[in-house]
Each structure stands twice: as C-alpha cells, then as structure tokens.
Design a protein. Structure first.
Length: 501
C-alpha cells in the first residue's frame, strides 16, 4: 500500500511533446563535463525550438487585457423583438467568455493609463457563437472605417522614435470633429476606470433584431455594472503606475478567486425599424448616443463572471472575437463601422492564430460545425467521409434559405459613390458632447475634465494644434469649456467673428 501511495504522490514524468520520457530537466547532453553540447540532444532541441515560438503576433490594438468565463441569464421576455434562441426563455443561461482590454497600450503598459477599455463578449449559443465587440463608452472616435486605421496609428507609437505622442493624438482629433464626443468622455474621469468591474460595457454600434414574424428593430446594447461606476482621478491613476502595472488584470482575477463574482445588467435600447429614416440625427452614427428619453433602456438579462481562465495564453491571448459572428434573429445595421469590421476581425484572427483558429477550445462553438472549409495549418476537427464540395450527391451539409435568411434592409437604388452619411437635422458633431458637459457632468466632473485636457494638451503638443483644439474643438462644444482650456494653456482665445475687440 505504501508503494502505491508513493506512486500516486509522485509528480508526472517529464516527456517530449511526442510523449517519450525525458532523461533530465536540468542538464544538456555534452561530450564530457567540459565539452560541447551535442546536436543529438533531442529534448534540448525541442525545448529551445518551442521556446522561440511561444508568441503569436499581438493584436494591433487592445493588446493588453484579461478575461474570465461566466454566463448570461435572460431576465425578461424579448421574443417580441428577436427570435435568437439563446434569448427565447426567461431564466435561460448561456455560457460566455469576456475579454477586457486597454486600447492603445502594449503588453506591460500600466493598466490604469488614460484610455478607452475594450469589452468583448463571446456567447456560446446553441445556434453558434455570437460575439459582441465593444468598449466601456457608448460612442467612438470615428464613424467611417476608412479612418479607423489612421485613428489607431495616431494613438500608438511614432515610427521614428518609437514613442507615443500627444501631439499626434491631438492633431488627429482636432482635424476629426466627429471624435469630440468620445474625447470628452476619455478626458473625463471615465477615462481612468477604477477596475474593469466598475465600468459599463457597450456594443456602441447599432444592430438589428428580428422576431419570428419577420418584424425588425434597431437596437443598442448597454451592460450596466452592478458594482457601480467608480473611477480614479488622473493623479490616482498615475500613482498606480509605480505600484502595479497589472492592477486591473489582478483585480478581476482576485475578485473571482474569492467568489465575489462581478455582474452586469444587460439593458437594451430598441428603436422601431421605421423610426430611423427620419430621426433627428443619424441613428447609425457611432459617434452619437440615442437619448434615453426617446428610447428608454429595457433590462433583459444579466451577465455574471464566475470562473478564471486556466491558462492565460490559451484562453485570453488566443481568444478571437468576430463582429460577423451573428445568430438567427440578430444582424448588422447600416452602421459603417459595423460593416467595415465584418471582415477585418476574422481576418485578424486568421493572421494571429491561423485559419483554423475556430477549432481552439476557447473559440470553438458548442453548436456542431458543418461546412466545406478544409485543411490548413493545425486542422484537427473533421467529419469522416463528408464530401468537401457543394453541391454534391452524398449527403453533405446544405443551407436552408427558407429558414435562415440574411438579415437585411431595403436600400434605395443609388449610384455607387464615396460620400459621408446623409445628414439629419441634428447631425452636428458638437451638440451631444456639449450636452454631456452642461447637463450630465457635475461641477467636479467639469473641473477634472478641464484639468485632464490641459494636462494632456500641455505635454509635447505644438502650439498651433493647442490653438486649434481650443478654437475649433473645445469652444465649439461649449464656450465656457473653451475659455477654461485656453486659460489653462495660456492661450489668447480668438474673438468670435464680428465681435468687438
């Protein structure tokens, strides 16, 4: 009995990747004690070869983050709006994985730096994966995907020095007035959330829901933290740079480990399909919010995170989210950023993880997969005897266009062209950020906002860009805000045209 117990307590035997026993964990095979290392040391060769291939390409943005597993529970009947199976019954639970991230930071950057935070959710539904890719803010910096790579480049590192540049950021922002709403939020204390648990998550973009009768709606997703919104001041966030670079990642892990499971209420804004055409601003413009007095939020479910990853690389680094991962009853909208991302996110995953990235456990759907994609690096899932082409006479998978139609909307016949959205009557980029400043922010919020703007604009930003930021950006949001930023930067503000000197 003692020998059996000793055997059970003995650690597992080190093996090669092929499963063969390894002779030593400590020493290489050499010619004598002082001779050269031999090429025939198979395990050493394998170990070194694997070591130098441990990384895959980073995400281009949202590089640094963390995540956890959990579930989504339906708390209200939404079948009048969508036929999505995972939402079809009150009390129904769907497993999910969430990745939180910081947008422009490299791996190793401080978690508490001023930035937007990513919130990406993968629902493992019975009809396939449904991914929501969003942020902790309800709006974004740009509304056309053509400008998206330029925006990200402006937030990252200079090509010559390899350093980040406030001058580059403000040059882009002040030449892109549609960014004002998001920059206002970023420069407030919402730009430095206390934890991932203490911030909301938004899909931000508009999507389509369709019910079983074929009736369509436009929707926005709001994941409201049950822990309450909490933010750092700029000084508090910077103080943590020297204390804990991984503050947010550590906080989430430790909260779940102590069974203090974070939760968010999912609240939907639902717009009747017909309202969009004549709404006072373009409801598909990602730089705008829908006022809650027009479309109140409706609580429909609850997201809970209750399980930490078992392997950070396999699950957090290799997880891949696709805007194109929809399920029946949910689809895209005319939001140009959504349409531009339908290809880009999956393409990014194929580049980083390979063409068979959906076979990785963290990405694999719980629904059975049947299609005609074949082969490629690292493929291991397959259906024996299934034909690899369509149409075929041998029982291969077949689409059902009657049951599963592409979600769509009518587009009036028009010439193909490159143009901005057709403006609605209130499509002014400075209206909503001005309302945010005057009607939503407290006096303390406004004081912190001005201090944060002045501090950020005052670090390495050329004078002509500072002046543009004051006169063509902040003053157009609110004249008082422009005056306060100008004073903080020591800039003499331009007189309005026609004003007396």
């Amino acid at each position: 009995m003692s020998a059996k117990r000793d055997e059970q307590q003995r650690p597992p035997l080190t093996t090669t990747d092929g499963g063969s026993p390894v002779q030593s964990d400590d020493t290489s095979l050499t010619v004598g004690p002082g001779g050269p290392v031999l090429l025939q040391d198979v395990y050493l060769n394998e170990k070194l070869a694997h070591f130098v291939r441990e990384r895959i390409p980073d995400r281009v943005y949202h590089v640094k983050g963390g995540g956890a597993f959990g579930y989504f529970e339906v708390t209200a009947d939404v079948t009048q709006w969508t036929k999505a199976a995972f939402l079809n019954q009150v009390g129904k639970r769907t497993p999910l994985f969430v990745r939180f991230s910081i947008v422009a930071a490299d791996e190793g950057y401080p978690d508490t730096d001023r930035d937007v935070r990513g919130v990406a959710i993968k629902f493992y539904t019975e009809e396939g994966n449904y991914d929501i890719v969003g942020n902790d803010t309800p709006v974004f910096f740009v509304r056309d995907p053509m400008k998206f790579p330029d925006f990200i480049h402006s937030q990252e590192r200079m090509p010559d020095t390899g350093l980040r540049s406030n001058n580059m950021q403000w040059d882009f922002w002040t030449l892109s007035p549609e960014s004002a709403h998001q920059v206002m939020t970023l420069m407030s204390d919402r730009g430095t959330p206390r934890t991932w648990r203490n911030m909301n998550g938004y899909a931000s973009s508009t999507y389509m829901w369709e019910n079983a009768a074929g009736k369509k709606f436009w929707v926005k997703y709001h994941f409201k933290t049950e822990q309450g919104i909490q933010n750092f001041t700029d000084a508090e966030a910077k103080a943590l740079f020297a204390q804990d670079l991984d503050y947010h990642r550590r906080d989430l892990w430790e909260a779940i480990a102590r069974k203090d499971y974070p939760a968010w209420r999912l609240e939907m804004q639902i717009m009747p399909f017909e309202d969009a055409a004549n709404y006072r601003f373009n409801p598909f413009d990602l730089t705008k919010v829908w006022p809650h007095k027009d479309y109140p939020t409706i609580p429909i479910g609850r997201m809970v995170l209750d399980r930490n990853p078992e392997n950070f690389f396999a699950q957090v680094t290799q997880v891949a989210f696709e805007v194109a991962n929809f399920v029946p009853g949910i689809g895209p909208s005319p939001d140009r950023m959504v349409l531009g991302r339908l290809f880009a996110y999956g393409d990014s995953a194929r580049y980083r993880n390979g063409p068979n990235y959906m076979q990785l456990p963290v990405n694999r759907p719980i629904a059975e997969v049947h299609n005609y994609n074949k082969d490629g690096p690292m493929r291991y899932a397959y259906t024996p005897g299934q034909p690899v082409y369509a149409p075929n006479s041998y029982g291969g998978p077949r689409a059902d266009p009657q049951r599963y139609r592409d979600p769509s909307w009518f587009v009036e016949a028009a010439e193909i062209m490159r143009t901005a959205y057709v403006a609605h009557k209130d499509d002014n980029d400075f209206i909503q950020p001005g309302m945010l400043y005057r009607n939503v922010m407290t006096p303390t919020d406004r004081d912190h906002l001005v201090s944060n703007i002045v501090g950020h604009l005052g670090q390495g930003v050329e004078r002509f860009i500072q002046e543009r930021a004051v006169n063509d950006y902040w003053s157009k949001i609110d004249p008082e805000l422009g005056e306060r930023v100008a004073r903080g930067l020591g800039i003499e503000k331009q007189q309005p045209s026609g004003a007396k000197a």
